[in-house]
Design a protein around this ligand. Sequence first.
Ligand SMILES: [Zn+2]
Length: 135
Amino acid sequence: MDQDQHGPTGESRNERCERQGSASTSGSVSNYARAYRALYGRPEEKPGLRRDRLPEPLDYYTRHLHRLRMRGDWASARCPFHQDKNPSLSVSLTHGGYLCHACGARGGDLLDFHQRLRGISFREAAKDLNAWEGP
Ligand SMILES: [Zn+2]
C-alpha cells in the first residue's frame, strides 16, 4: 500500500492591492515629471532646480503672451519667436511645454520658454523664475 500522499497544503495567497490612490497627484510637478518621463524615458535630474517653485503655466503665459486663447489643457497665442500674425503658438497649461506651428520653436516646459524668450541660460532662467537653489 502506498500512503505517501500529501494533500494540498492549503496555502492561500492573498495578494491585495492596497495603498492605491494615496499618492499625491496634485500640482504641476507631477504633471511635468510624467510628461518628461514619457518623452525621454527617464526622470529628470537637475541639481539646484526647484521645479515645485515654478509659476503655474497659466499664470506665466498670461503674463508673457498677448491674448491667450484657452483650449482645454492648451492655450494659443501669437508666437514671440517670429513675426507672427496668427496665434501659431500652442502652450500647455499642465506641464508648460510649447510649440509653434509656424516657426517650429518648441520646448518642454516654462524654463525652456523663458530661456528662449530672454536669451539666457537654463540656470539664469531658473533663477529668474525663483526656482533655483544655490549658486
Ligand atoms: Zn513661431
